[in-house]
Design a protein around this ligand. Sequence first.
Ligand code: GAP
Length: 454
Amino acid sequence: MDDGFDQSPSMMKADIETITSLAKRRGFVFPSAEIYGGFAAAYDYGPLGVELKRNIREQWWKSMVDERDDVVGLEAAIISNPAVWKAAGHLDAFNDPLVECLDCQARFREDHLADESPDGSCPSCPGTQGFTTPKQFNMMLSTIVGPVSDESGRAYMRPETAQGMFVNFSQVQSTMRKRLPFGIAQIGKSFRNEITVKQFIFRTREFEQMEMEFFCYPEDSDEWYEYWKTKRLDWYHSIGIRSEHLRLRAHDPEELSHYSSGTTDIEVHFPWGWGELEGIANRGNYDLTQHADHSGQKLTYFDQDRNEHIVPHVIEPAAGVDRIFLTLLLDAYDEEKVGEDTRTVLRLSPKIAPVNVAVLPLSRNEKLTPTARNVMDVLRSQFKAQYDDAQSIGRRYRRQDEIGTPLCITVDFETMEDDAVTIRNRDTMAQERVPISGLIDACKHNLEAMTVEK
Ligand code: GAP
């Protein structure tokens, strides 16, 4: 579980307010149900946010499942048998330390207090000192399932996707005829009743996880732990996040979650300090053993060569989609002087950008529109394309820069004469004239050149 922040100054070019405002203004993320005044730390992803999120999921799935023979997918129920959470230890041990201000009764996570108020006074009524002694607050969000509204229907919204992989271990292993080592991957929503929610989408009560449980021989677990740390850090570079914004940090023994014998976080240098992006944990045989004990079912792997039953050990890379989303916006944000103006540009990798090519006819009129529409039809078969003919061309370039579109295709009056269009590069603003017949290849070439590992 993530914790407080190391507060050394970040090299990100934007602060969280700038990113929150851009995300809202450009249709990435809105405060949830804003017409009713919003809802604490709940957010709705807008049209561009949806595309960006899909790209994050697709890149993760490609790297973790599609490109491997040893990992398969799963989609488990969000609300399942409460026995899962008893066995997994979450009902008893998934707690954060809660304190209450003696004066205004506002509640805080004790281990976050130092970050929120360095002088030790109450963050809600500054100047006041004094809190209750910490008590353990369980973070599971619960609901009542079925028509009877009493405790017999109490069930829990999963606080991690991981348990779905453990309770289905034997089914997946036998139906897919998997031999050790192999992994089960899942993407989906998780819920935690966080005491403090802050920093936009960094910590919310409803969020999305991408987790993979990698089952291996116990004696190989150290090696796989090292393997997954490197593999996961490389993945962040492959989607364009700069290496100087990332680091690996091993947990101290007292920080470890109840199930973990070793965890390393991939951390980001957020504007407020280093913070967790993803955790890679060595869960040992904790979960399979717990579920076998509580369910009375055998959750072992029969090794034919050794002729013995084994309880595999598990290495788990666990990432959060929303945190990756926030990291990508912060990392990609740039401002630069262009003449008298300042240009805002999101230097997102083409693998991640919500729009890859924008088709911008110089103006909306009966001569240009049909040709521009034809160009759009050609491009949308190959790329995520957007058509925009409102406002001046300069303002449309700025808008596309601000949402991170790598290429803008301009259709102008010369196009009527030479069957060619202009490609404008987001990063260099360089323009290149290209025949429409060669446009797809030219876009592919440009997008490839802009997909650099960092
Ligand atoms: N199964 C292990 C597990 O859940 P975790 O470190 O608690 O580990 C994994 O969570 C990732 O999920 C975190 O690194 C973070 O990206 C994301 N995450 C956790 N709590 C979150 C929250 N309240 N809001 C947004 N993302 C969260």
